[in-house]
Design a protein. Sequence first.
Length: 325
Amino acid sequence: MSTEVESGGGSDEPADISKREAWVMAARPQTLPAGAAPVIVGTGLALRLGEFAVLPALGALVGALLLQVGTNFANDYYDAVKGADTEEREGFTRVTAGGLIPAAQVKRAMYGTFGLAILLGTYLVYVGGPVIVVVGLSSVAAGILYTGGPYPYGYRGLGEFFVFLYFGLVAVTGTYYVQAVASVAGIPPFDAPLSVVPLAAVVAALPAAGLSSAILVINNVRDRETDAEAGKQTLTVLLGYRFSRVEFCALVGMAYVIPAVFAATGWGLSALLPLATLSGALDIGETVLERTDGAALNPALEKTGKLLAAHSVLFAIGLALPRFL
């Protein structure tokens, strides 16, 4: 699942945008790495432990991407109707607030996309049983309630917590779970124990969780002033820039400590492959530690999305590689 994570952009797109271009903007394809990253990591771990199953892996990937797009539609719609998106906002252009697509159409697209995710989820429920019902429905609810409903948690300082939970722990372990259940003969899906998920899957989820949450931290640092004016109480609004910068460093730092932990505990030196992205992380960190403006942080958001994708692919390869050597 996903909650709002934005990358790149700026609010200076031309006014003569076509309807098709507007829908692409609303879907925000540049955020899709955040949906795919934990699935890639979970699949890499499944390959290493001999639990890989192609159809459940593909189902988890497509489902995660649909949840990401549905959440993007939800954020675009609800932030507009709640007044959080204003002309002063320095981030990626929102199609609802910008008048590019009518609010009712964006809302229908949100429900339609989540509906497709639920439809696909019936296959994953068939594979994984009732655990996937809970995962799927709670992911949809989290996507809507980030900015929607009477008590949107993204407006109450809980955005990073839910991104960490669903982009990391739930997505990686859920991806591993459906493959493990599908690949082990003799386990009926509705009797499948959670014990098929090893502790390693939980730990492997932490880098994707941390980097996904770091994207949201950058977003909140950039939007602190406009969020405060709109009554959107993010952690950055509540606790300030200094706290958010410490939080950012901790989240990104964890993404580089965990591969070292795997390498040191018998998973092989290939687990260190994500360290090849460290220089990029340091470059982004320098920007976040010094700047608060959209001109600097919008490119940092885009770079962090790419960092998340590269780190996750390298981590998945690093986890799986020893099995094939």
